[in-house]
Ligand binder design. Structure first.
Ligand code: SAM
Length: 272
């Protein structure tokens, strides 16, 4: 089924403004990802379907489109340098600096949950029995309801666990009778999944000690990226960190200081 140019331009413009996703040269991808869905919904052409989408005040139908157009590719231990920085630099520093022992981490664009669960496992593995002395919470957000639903269940195929240390299978997963693995309740309870569109204001109550936003901004243009990084900066505690994807670049002139590739820090009072 073909999407005519007028319909495509209008849809691409709305999605760019509302979700930051740049689809302008992706007409074929949009057609291929939406055609079966539109037919299954009982429409014969895109024009008729899109009229229904725009008329839907609840916005639910638009989120169905977004779920189909976003790339949710993710895996455990992706960009392992971040997990190394987290356990070798971030957590030892947190132990020295954070006398209130309150740790807030945000995985922004968490997809199926591999990323926030991975940080929760690293955190637990690092602290061991001392974990109970800490009030640690990981917020994990995305715009794909489908990804969030799967993330909350925390069920993964055995093959998905291959990059994790072998003993973590026993420690942080329960094996289901069908051979899949579910993240333990303890780790799942450490992560709160929520819908949040990164194009919107950040109104979470507390600031974060670490914001992880990896492989999300690749779809955003420079201005959208700059605005988002400025919002992240406001939402970061002094001395807190931002991790971005290694294939992504941060715009010049932002408040964070680059510490190493893809790792940024918000200066704290008293820093030289
Ligand atoms: C490629 S995945 C990256 C997942 C994970 N961070 C990683 O690096 O493995 C990108 C995720 O960003 C989400 N995303 C895209 N645009 C977004 C937006 N405007 N607000 C929130 N999440 C968004 C997508 O739904 C998708 O799940």
């Amino acid at each position: 089924m073909q999407l005519n140019n007028e319909d495509f331009q209008r849809l691409a413009k709305i999605i760019k403004t509302k979700y930051g996703l740049n689809l302008l040269d992706k007409k074929i991808l949009v057609e291929s990802r939406l055609t079966n869905y539109v037919l299954d919904c009982g429409f014969d052409d895109f024009t008729e379907y899109l009229e229904t989408v725009y008329a839907d005040r609840s916005g639910i139908e638009m989120t169905n489109i977004i779920s189909r157009l976003t790339t949710n590719y993710t895996y455990f231990m992706r960009e392992s340098e971040h997990f190394r920085h987290f356990t070798e630099k971030f957590l030892p520093e947190a132990e020295r600096r954070m006398t209130d022992r309150e740790l807030r981490i945000w995985s922004a664009g968490c997809s199926y949950g591999n990323e926030p669960y991975n940080f929760a496992m690293c955190l637990d593995n690092y602290f061991g029995v001392r974990h109970s002395l800490w009030d640690s919470k990981i917020l994990a957000t995305d715009i794909s309801f489908n990804a969030l639903r799967m993330a909350k269940r925390g069920v993964f195929a055995e093959a998905a666990l291959k990059e994790l240390p072998l003993d973590w299978r026993m420690k942080y997963f329960n094996k289901n009778p069908n051979g899949t693995f579910q993240v333990t309740d303890e780790i799942r309870n450490n992560v709160v999944f929520k819908y949040h569109n990164l194009m919107e204001e950040i109104s979470f109550k507390k600031k974060f000690d670490l914001i992880v936003c990896r492989n999300v901004m690749i779809y955003f243009d420079e201005q959208t990226k700059r605005d988002l990084i400025n919002r992240f900066y406001e939402a970061t505690e002094e001395g807190g960190y931002l991790y971005i994807g290694h294939a992504e670049s941060a715009p010049k002139g932002i408040g964070y200081k680059m510490i190493q590739p893809a790792v940024f820090r918000k200066p704290a009072k008293g820093d030289e």
